[in-house]
Design a protein around this ligand. Structure first.
Ligand SMILES: Cc1cc2nc3c(=O)[nH]c(=O)nc-3n(C[C@H](O)[C@H](O)[C@H](O)COP(=O)(O)O)c2cc1C
Length: 184
């Protein structure tokens, strides 16, 4: 697929078939994530693949509650990918402090998108989840207290392959050349 077509085909998938996802496909998505760039090449990430059905159900239940239930669809996804921010090197920590920037979050976002784009290539759907009970997820997966779970990606074969129109700000509202000049 041409790159821009791949980007257009990626969308948040919130309905999954109960079809098993092949591990070779998951591995290729992880390879795409592994190859993502990162500040000082610090690669401050790790990934837990949760495909054991019972464990997966327990983790999925940490992404919603009775009150806030928009992530309930995660129960349908046969695979969950847990993105953890790992310790970044000393140099990176200094750079983050001086520049008042959290590079590791940027790095993990890029890795997550690499993962999701490769998933499209594999005929799979994904959705990034930023809303979940971090404490509960950590407990279920033996993640050390000092680590952060930054993102969860649901993954599986989509119920529908129809590509929805994208809801995005018009390019004129987000782009200017040579100076910060956006329409009011
Ligand atoms: C950091 C991040 C967190 C997100 N968290 C959630 C979430 O908790 N639940 C959900 O259904 N979608 C979540 N999304 C998906 C966005 O809602 C979605 O990407 C956006 O609406 C654009 O739609 P599209 O992905 O279909 O193009 C998240 C996306 C990102 C990048």
């Amino acid at each position: 697929m041409k790159f821009l077509d791949l980007v257009k085909a990626r969308q948040s998938v919130r309905g999954y078939l109960s079809k098993e996802v092949e591990r070779e496909k998951i591995e290729r998505c992880l390879e795409a994530a592994q190859l993502a760039p990162s500040a000082s090449n610090s690669q401050p990430w790790s990934f837990i693949v949760v495909d054991d059905p019972k464990l997966k159900e327990a983790v999925a239940k940490e992404t919603f509650s009775q009150l806030i239930s928009f992530n309930r669809f995660s129960l349908q996804a046969p695979v969950l990918i847990i993105l953890i921010s790992e310790r970044s090197g000393f140099l990176n920590k200094v750079a983050e402090a001086i520049k008042d920037k959290q590079f590791s979050l940027i790095d993990i976002g890029i890795a997550a998108e690499h993962f999701c784009l490769q998933a499209v290539e594999e005929g799979l759907g994904t959705c990034m989840l930023g809303w979940f009970n971090e404490k509960g997820v950590k407990k279920l997966l033996n993640i050390p207290q000092q680590r952060r779970v930054e993102l969860i990606i649901t993954m599986g074969y989509p119920v529908s392959t129809e590509i929805r129109p994208k809801k995005r700000k018009p390019i004129d509202q987000i782009r200017s050349y040579n100076s910060h000049r956006l329409p009011k």
